[in-house]
Write a protein that binds this ligand. Structure first.
Ligand code: SF4
Length: 400
C-alpha cells in the first residue's frame, strides 16, 4: 500500500520535474543509445545494462547492433553465434530471454517491438523496471522506473527509506513522470554535434524525466558521498538539510568469504583442453577451461566440478597465475595451474587458439586466456591488464 506520508504536493512535483528536466538537458551523458529511439536498440541496451556497468556495456551494444540490427535477425540467429557476441557480459540467462522474446515478437507482433506497456512487460526477461524504461524511452509513455539509483534519490529527497520494490517509491516516480508528460521534448545539449548546439537531439519528456532520475543517482547522488553541491534538487532535499542519518537503503549483504577455485591449464601440441558447459547448467553452451572448487565449506554453487583429481595433476615446476573473479554474488580466489592429463577427460576438447577464439567463452576463461596471451585483445570487451598486487597476484606469463 502507498505510504500517504511520502506523497508530494502538486507544486513540489512541478518544481522537481522542471529542475530535473533542465538539469538533464545540460548534463546528460553522451551514451550511444541516447542517439536512437529504435525500441529494439533500446531494449538491447536496457537488458545489457541489467547488473552491468555502463562502460562495460557500450562496446558490446555497439557491436551487437551492427551485427544483429533488428528483431527478425535476432530471432533467426543461432544461440552459439549470440553467445559469442555476449561472451564476457555475464548473467547469460538474459541472452536466452532475448532470443525467446524475439521469436515471440515475430510470432505475435509481426516482428515489430510492441508499443503497449502490458505487452512489453509480458516478454521474457522484462520486469517492471525494464518495461517502464523501454516504454518511456522508446514511446514516451508515462511509465515510472525505480531501480537502486532512483530509490536512493527518492529516499534522500523525502527523508524516508524507500527500497526499489516499495509501493511508495513507485508512487512517487509515477507522480514525477506523469507531470513530465505535460512538457515538451527537451534538447540534450551534450549530444549536440561539436560547434552546433542548436542541433542537439530532442528527448521526449517522459524519457528525459526517467533518465534524469537514474542519471542523478548514478552521477551525483552517489551511495557513499552524494555531491549535493552539483545537485539541481539540493534546496528541496530533506536529507541535505537534516542532521538525520542517511535514509538511503543500503545494499543487500554480500557474502565476503571467498571461494577457492583451481583452473587447470592443459596444453598439447599448441592446443588447449576446454569443454562446453552442458545444456542444463548455468552458462549453458559456453566453453571453459577445466575448473574445480577446492573449498566446499559453503553450499556448492553449481558452477564447477567438485573433484577433478582423477584427471589432472598440477605441474610443480610451472607456476600459473592467481586472480580474483566475481560470479554473481560470489568472490572466487582463482589459482590457474599448468597441469598434465592423467587419463582422457570425458567431454574435453583440444582446441587451437583460433578455434578457441571462435567459440563463446565464459568470462573467467576469457580473462585467463587473455592474460596468458592465447587470445588477442577482444575489440568487443577490452580487458584491463591484470596488475600484480596483493589481491590479484600474477605469476610469470606463459604463452601458448
Ligand atoms: S541534494 Fe544531495 S542527497 Fe539530496 S538528492 Fe541531491 S545529491 Fe542526493
Amino acid at each position: 500500500m502507498t505510504d500517504i506520508s511520502v506523497t508530494w504536493t502538486p507544486n513540489q512535483v512541478r518544481t522537481l520535474v522542471q529542475r530535473l528536466l533542465r538539469w538533464f538537458s545540460q548534463h546528460a551523458r553522451n551514451l550511444p543509445w541516447r542517439h536512437t529511439r529504435d525500441p529494439y536498440a533500446l531494449w538491447i541496451a536496457e537488458v545489457m545494462l541489467q547488473q552491468t556497468r555502463v562502460n562495460t556495456v557500450i562496446p558490446y551494444w555497439q557491436h551487437w547492433i551492427q551485427t544483429i540490427p533488428d528483431i527478425p535477425t535476432l530471432a533467426r540467429t543461432r544461440q552459439d553465434q549470440l553467445r559469442k557476441l555476449w561472451a564476457g557480459l555475464g548473467y547469460y540467462r538474459r541472452l536466452e530471454n532475448l532470443h525467446r522474446a524475439a521469436k515471440l515478437i515475430l510470432k505475435h507482433h509481426h516482428g515489430r517491438f510492441p508499443d503497449r506497456y502490458e505487452d512489453i512487460l509480458a516478454l521474457p526477461g522484462i520486469g517492471r523496471y525494464t518495461a517502464g524504461a523501454i516504454a518511456s524511452t522508446a514511446f514516451n509513455l508515462p511509465t515510472p522506473v525505480v531501480d537502486g539509483n532512483v530509490a536512493r534519490v527518492l529516499s534522500r529527497l523525502t527523508g524516508r527509506p524507500l527500497r526499489a520494490p516499495s509501493a511508495a517509491a513507485w508512487s512517487l516516480a509515477t507522480q514525477l513522470v506523469q507531470q513530465a508528460a505535460r512538457h515538451k521534448p527537451i534538447p540534450l545539449q551534450p549530444l549536440a554535434p561539436p560547434g552546433r548546439p542548436r542541433s542537439a537531439p530532442l528527448c521526449p519528456p517522459c524519457s528525459a524525466l526517467n533518465q534524469s532520475l537514474m542519471e542523478l543517482g548514478a552521477t551525483v547522488c552517489l551511495p557513499a558521498v552524494p555531491r549535493c553541491h552539483d545537485c539541481p534538487l539540493q534546496t528541496l532535499c530533506t536529507y541535505r538539510h537534516s542532521s538525520q542519518p542517511d535514509p538511503a537503503p543500503t545494499r543487500n549483504h554480500i557474502p565476503t568469504t571467498p571461494r577457492h577455485l583451481r583452473v587447470y591449464l592443459v596444453r598439447h601440441n599448441g592446443r588447449w583442453l576446454l569443454h562446453q558447459r552442458p545444456a542444463n547448467q548455468v552458462n549453458a553452451g559456453f566453453w571453459e577451461l577445466p575448473a574445480t572448487e577446492t573449498n566446499h565449506v559453503q553450499p556448492h554453487s553449481g558452477h564447477f566440478f567438485t573433484n577433478l583429481d582423477p584427471w589432472f595433476e598440477p605441474l610443480p615446476d610451472q607456476p600459473g597465475l592467481r586472480l580474483t573473479h566475481h560470479i554473481t554474488r560470489h568472490r572466487y580466489l582463482v589459482e590457474a595451474r599448468f597441469a598434465r592429463l592423467k587419463q582422457p577427460w570425458p567431454g574435453g576438447r583440444w582446441l587451437t587458439p583460433r578455434q578457441i577464439q571462435n567459440r563463446p567463452l565464459t568470462r573467467l576463461t576469457q580473462k585467463i586466456l587473455h592474460h596468458l596471451g592465447v587470445l588477442p585483445a577482444n575489440p568487443n570487451a577490452p580487458l584491463a591488464p591484470l596488475q600484480p598486487n596483493k589481491k590479484n597476484l600474477c605469476l610469470p606469463r606463459h604463452t601458448a
